[in-house]
Design a protein around this ligand. Structure first.
Ligand SMILES: NC(=O)c1ccc[n+]([C@@H]2O[C@H](COP(=O)([O-])OP(=O)(O)OC[C@H]3O[C@@H](n4cnc5c(N)ncnc54)[C@H](OP(=O)(O)O)[C@@H]3O)[C@@H](O)[C@H]2O)c1
Length: 238
């Protein structure tokens, strides 16, 4: 896909991997709708993306746990950008490692809603617009936890295996259409995702993790292949 002047929607664009995806797309001349909750971080990324070369980078405050907010933001994006070519489902939260019975009950719904239900709704609502384009793409940034069993990660893994299943069926359903679908299964990446749950990782451990900017390069590479080449699944590990 030729990226210049395409319109991309990036969830979780305010921080970590999503922020890097937004900035890399901006350097390719992509119009970007940046979704997140934190207005301060979103404002900073919006400014950086416009300075990095995006013809139009715009923030959208959207708590993905709210279906009414998702619907409202989808309506605004389609009105303000006139369409969408690329959807990057990236937003997500982690779950502290622990036995299932010790997990606070609220964590179950929060993780499933953010990592799975919201991405399904957003995709469902944007699909008619994606189908209108001559070429379009959906990339789901999942996790190694969507293909392997990670100890103490029942709910996080359930959300990611759910995304893996959702993605596989979407690929089948959209086969032969102009909408290509791909999944990314990455291992530890150096962002604040773990710290946000109160988990502390040593500096040595974090140092071994993938740099989010390198992962964003992989995603831009996947999107920018010639029309006859599509990378369906990419596993990125150290
Ligand atoms: N870091 C890793 O080691 C790693 C490994 C494998 C997979 N992943 C996956 O990669 C994706 C990105 O993770 P990351 O490491 O970049 O995490 P991060 O740095 O913590 O960023 C998470 C992003 O998701 C957004 N988000 C979280 N909850 C949201 C909600 N309810 N509504 C809207 N936005 C919400 C955050 O927005 P606000 O800041 O505005 O709240 C933020 O932009 C996630 O799906 C994660 O599961 C990460």
């Amino acid at each position: 896909m030729t990226l210049k002047h395409k319109v991309a929607v990036v969830t979780g664009g305010s921080d970590g991997i999503g922020r890097q995806i937004v900035l890399k797309l901006a350097t390719q001349g992509v119009h970007v709708a940046i979704l997140g909750r934190n207005t301060e971080r979103l404002t900073a990324v919006e400014k950086e993306a416009n300075e990095a070369g995006s013809p139009k980078a715009k923030l959208y405050v959207c708590d993905l746990r709210s279906l009414s907010m998702i619907k409202e933001v989808v309506g605004r994006i389609l009105h303000e950008f006139g369409g969408v070519d690329v959807l990057i489902n990236n937003a997500g939260i982690w779950q502290k490692k622990m036995p299932l019975e010790e997990l606070e009950e609220g964590v179950v719904d929060e993780v499933i809603q953010t990592n799975l239900t919201a991405q399904i709704h957003l995709t469902r609502l944007l699909l008619p617009a994606l189908k209108k384009q001559k070429e379009a793409a959906i990339i789901n940034v999942i996790s190694k936890s969507g293909v392997t069993a990670q100890e103490g990660q029942t709910i996080y893994s359930a959300s990611k295996w759910g995304m893996a299943g959702f993605t596989e069926v979407l690929k089948t359903d959209l086969h032969g259409s102009h909408v290509r679908v791909a999944s990314v299964y990455q291992s530890g990446t150096r962002t604040d995702m773990f710290m946000k749950t109160g988990e502390k990782f040593s500096a040595e451990k974090l140092e071994k993790f993938t740099d989010p900017a390198d992962l964003a390069d992989v995603i831009v590479f996947m999107l920018s292949r010639p029309p006859k080449i599509w990378l369906h699944d990419v596993r990125v590990e150290q």
